[in-house]
Design a protein around this ligand. Structure first.
Ligand code: BG6
Ligand code: GLC
Ligand code: GLC
Length: 924
């Protein structure tokens, strides 16, 4: 309230002004009194209209309507549940803004049980007027000084000081500890604070002060503190109501009704900020001339109109304006005023409360009026009592209408005909004013008779409630810290990635030379990419990815036509005997031929076989070892083409001409190479991961010839199997490896590819659960089930278009019960795991393209990479992260990634076509 100049004072006015001519005659005076008091009367119909209009405004604000802007804000507070009563610990609470020009510091001990409660310690500090209206920095520095003084006076052993900031102004919260002041209300107007995060401002001030290290963990509105601190009774306390310097309420709303939140389950506490309510039709007729005068001379003209009729900061002022009016019209004090009476803010809430006291009121009225420099008669004191009663009764009735709107809203959102609810009340208007509570209750019963409401006075001004929210916030912050620590080893920096790139490069060179290396660098006998002159019909098989496929590929001039059929291979077959596996493959081919009218034809066949093979020629490949969950017996060490031919012979039903065996990386490179001759690398990031590229023959030991190039299947999934990735590998990688069918093998693949990422995530989730950070510490059966967390979930969960509630739904479908905090953590885990995978993959690609560039002695290389695999294609961010990493690690290479559209079967057919072309040419 601006007290720079008394309201109604005229320039040159004398110390005390007395009757002049033109004063009303006594007979007029009772009319004047009536007229004045009448202005404070509100009818039940008017109250009902206010209730209905406020309810409507609340509902619009919940729905996020902004045109016309609803006059209440309905601010989410990030408090999701009423207290369990089990919260524990010592907390500092700093209260600012609830009780006028004072600031309170409290030390609250929560014992976790109702039975043994500990009285809080508290200290109040008066805020100098120049601080309330000065620079924001000054206000926060003042607060930090008060905290220090309090802690000096109440020394504690506790080094880990956690603070809840009870800041009672309208704020946009985006978390328990992130809160932007929208606008000052009540008597505050500090510059540079509106639009700023007040939690941050307080943290900075505490740091500037430097005496104590205090962690500000939560910001809480006074209404919320009051609701949360409410003694647990038989019914839930789901409304917090404050009538103090200002007025406001909060209540538990169904989260799905709050548009500003991305949440569809549970309840959330919403601060209504009803102080700003205004509606010309509903509130206009109730506003008196005194309300207009008060608003006009306030710090915030036009704002907080509803609050200015109820809040303790304004009630005394309204009384004073009426008294001035009546005195100036000769009805009071013999027509005399005094400078004090004419000064804004000279009558306080305390005065009004004392005057209204049923037994001592009259005596108080005399004393207070005399203190104001007036000489009251007995009749003056009586009239002043009437004025106070009129102003306060109206305040209580208006407050009741607003509370009735909240109760109707609760009833509606709970879809209940009758509502049993407890309302926690707090604030000096309640505490000091004798009749306020009573009038409010009566009016609420009249306005919402179907609600059974019990009113529970707050015991310590909401300090305990703030401490409870702080306890929850502190627990969340501790959890966040554990999460960050857990995920830290997954965050790879540039140096670490450079080391991976260099190690990969070294392993490539050793592998090519035939020296010990985790990279086998297998020659593929593919020497050239297609030149476009290939023609004919080819069969292709594609085994080793998500799907087993049989394809018919028709290569004509300028076009390749593909017909394909997916067949399933049961796990009993992938992990059964080799004979079973190859018999199954031939059965599928026979079926395919029959379906497509190809029976009896012996088309050339290319076999995409996506496992490490030592090739001795294009049509001879010895399986070195199974990878990716395949484990059919008696195949390792055998020529796969021979095994296939044997199965054909066993069946005697088909004639097949197996021309080439091709790794999926090679198939992909060839397939993309058909359209882009610069495609000299193939990359797979799917069930497994691997790469191939065109190497200079002179660098390849074990293959005759020194000129030209040959495609090398790197089998990079095995990179690190010699222990070289040891430093990067986490305990979660180790668990996934140990539980796999090939422990110690394919270590790079197990950090990158689709078959394993979900498992890494699951192991991290298990760890976080065992620390009580996730899923309330409950290790459900589901979470302990191997492979339950498919990598495709990572792709879906990480999609930008997905709301958190959808993430939750996906996880719930898996049988996990989780809160939104849990869902957010799961998302962060997924992001960390897939980001590391993409970066490692990028480091590998960088090593390869740099080697190609150096092989050719080029300053700059422009090269394309053909890519396939479900993870690469389906994950929303994987491909972007791979290329970003490559750009950083191989700055002299311009790398274009081409996604293969038709799988590597087409590539296998093309390899076959090239081989047939070469054979044909040799024959001609
Ligand atoms: C395609 C192939 O190129 O990509 C598959 O046709 C291959 O056989 C696959 O293995 C890799 O993807 P995924 O995700 O199916 O393993
Ligand atoms: C004002 C504030 C509000 C607070 C109320 C009671 O209306 O804007 O946040 O709850 O006063 O202190
Ligand atoms: C595995 C195989 C490899 C294949 C890759 C991608 O790593 O060993 O041959 O290319 O998966 O499917």
């Amino acid at each position: 309230m601006d007290t720079t100049g008394p309201i109604g004072s005229q320039p040159g006015e004398r110390a005390s002004s007395c009757p002049q001519e033109g004063m009303p005659r006594p007979s007029d005076s009772s009319d004047l009194v009536q007229e004045c008091l009448q202005q404070f009367k509100v009818t039940t119909t008017q109250l009902r209209q206010i209730q209905a209009t406020l309810l409507c405004s609340m509902e619009q604000a919940l729905k996020g309507h902004d045109s016309p802007a609803p006059s209440v804000r309905m601010l989410p507070t990030y408090v999701g549940s009423t207290p369990h009563g089990t919260e524990q610990g010592d907390f500092l609470v700093l209260e600012l803004g609830a009780t006028g020009a004072s600031l309170r510091v409290l030390w609250v001990t929560l014992t976790g049980t109702k039975e043994c409660s500990v009285e809080p310690k508290s200290q109040e500090f008066a805020i100098p007027r120049e601080v309330m209206l000065g620079a924001g920095r000054q206000l926060f520095d003042f607060a930090a000084r008060c905290l220090s003084e309090f802690l000096d006076a109440h020394p504690t052993e506790n080094q880990d000081l956690k603070l809840g900031f009870n800041f009672s102004f309208p704020c946009h919260q985006t978390g328990l500890d992130r809160s932007t002041l929208i606008s000052w209300t009540k008597g505050f107007r500090c510059s540079g604070v509106e639009g700023q995060d007040v939690v941050q401002l307080l943290r900075e001030a505490i740091q500037r002060q430097g005496t104590y290290s205090i962690d500000v963990v939560a910001m809480v509105n006074d209404t919320v503190g009051t609701m949360m601190g409410c003694e647990l009774g038989t019914r839930p306390c789901e409304v917090g109501l404050i009538a103090d310097t200002g007025t406001n309420a909060c209540y538990m709303e169904e989260a799905r009704h709050v548009r500003a939140l991305d949440e569809d389950r549970g309840r959330t506490c919403v601060s209504i900020e009803w102080g700003s309510f205004y509606d010309a039709e509903a509130l206009g007729p109730v506003l008196s001339t005194f309300d207009h005068a008060l608003d006009h001379d306030s710090l915030t003209p036009g704002a907080q109109r509803f609050e200015k009729m109820i809040g303790g900061l304004y009630l005394g002022e309204l009384v004073r304006l009426v008294l001035v009016h009546l005195a100036q019209h000769g009805v009071l004090f013999g027509g005399c005023t005094s400078p004090a009476l004419l000064s804004q803010g000279s009558i306080l809430l305390e005065h009004v409360a004392e005057i209204e006291d049923p037994t001592t009121g009259t005596a108080h009225a005399h004393a207070i009026l005399q203190d104001l420099g007036l000489s009251p008669q007995a009749s003056d004191a009586e009239l002043v009592k009437h004025v106070c009663a009129a102003v306060c009764t109206r305040a209580a009735q208006l407050c009741a209408a607003a509370l009735a709107a909240v109760l109707s809203r609760l009833q509606h959102s709970r879809e209940q005909q009758t509502l049993q609810v407890a309302v926690a009340t707090g604030g000096r208007v309640f505490e000091r004013h004798p009749r306020f509570r009573h009038t409010l209750k009566e009016m609420v019963m009249l306005l919402v008779p179907e609600c059974d409401v019990s009113f529970i006075p707050s015991v310590d001004g909401g300090g305990r409630g703030v401490a409870m929210v702080t306890a929850v916030a502190a627990r969340l912050a501790a959890h966040k810290h554990i999460l960050e620590e857990t995920l830290a080893p997954f965050q790879l920096d540039f140096e670490q990635l450079t080391v991976v790139q260099a190690q990969m490069r070294e392993a490539m060179v050793r592998g090519l030379r035939g020296e010990a290396s985790s990279l086998r660098m297998l020659p593929t006998y593919v020497r050239a990419t297609p030149d476009g002159s290939e023609r004919g019909d080819f069969l292709a098989l594609d085994l080793g990815g998500t799907n087993f496929r049989v394809l018919l590929v028709r290569v004509a001039e300028g076009s390749v036509q593909i017909t394909n059929q997916v067949y399933s291979i049961p796990e009993s077959v992938t992990q059964g005997s080799g004979q079973q596996l190859f018999d199954h493959i031939v059965d599928c081919i026979v079926d395919f031929q029959q379906r497509h009218g190809l029976s009896g034809q012996s088309l050339p066949l290319g076999f995409t076989f996506s496992f490490p093979c030592k090739q001795l020629g294009l049509d001879q490949g010895i399986l070195l070892n199974w990878t990716k969950g395949f484990n059919a017996s008696d195949c390792e060490g055998q020529d796969v083409v021979y095994l296939l031919r044997e199965a054909i012979r066993r069946k005697q039903a088909v004639e097949l001409n197996v021309v080439a065996i091709v790794n999926d990386t090679v198939g992909t490179m060839m397939s993309c190479g058909y359209d882009d001759p610069r495609c000299e690398m193939g990359l797979i990031v799917g069930t497994g991961t691997n790469a191939c590229y065109m190497e200079e023959l002179r660098n390849v030991a074990g293959v005759a010839g020194d000129s030209g190039r040959m495609c090398i299947n790197m089998e990079w999934g095995a990179f690190g199997d010699d222990g070289s990735l040891g430093l990067l590998s986490t305990c979660f990688d180790a668990s996934v490896d140990q539980a796999s069918i090939n422990p110690g093998k394919q270590r790079f693949e197990k950090m990158i590819s689709g078959m394993y990422l979900g498992e890494i995530v699951r192991h991290i989730l298990l760890h976080l659960t065992s620390l009580g950070v996730l899923f309330r510490g409950q290790k459900t059966q589901c979470l302990q089930t191997r492979d339950i967390f498919k990598t495709k979930f990572l792709s879906v969960i990480e999609s930008d278009s997905l709301a958190l509630r959808q993430v939750r739904a996906i996880l719930e479908d898996l049988g996990l019960t989780l809160t939104s905090d849990d869902a957010l953590m799961v998302l962060e885990v997924c992001q960390a795991v897939s980001r590391r995978a993409a970066q490692l993959c990028g480091a590998g690609v960088a090593a390869v393209v740099e080697k190609i560039r150096e092989n050719r002695g080029l300053q700059e290389l422009s090269v394309s990479v053909g890519v396939d695999g479900t993870l690469y294609k389906l994950h929303p961010h994987f491909s972007r992260l791979v290329s970003a990493t490559v750009r950083k690690l191989a700055p002299h290479c311009t790398v274009t990634f081409l996604q293969s559209e038709d799988g590597s079967g087409k590539g296998a057919a093309l390899v076959t076509a090239v081989a047939c072309r070469l054979v044909q040419r040799a024959r001609d």
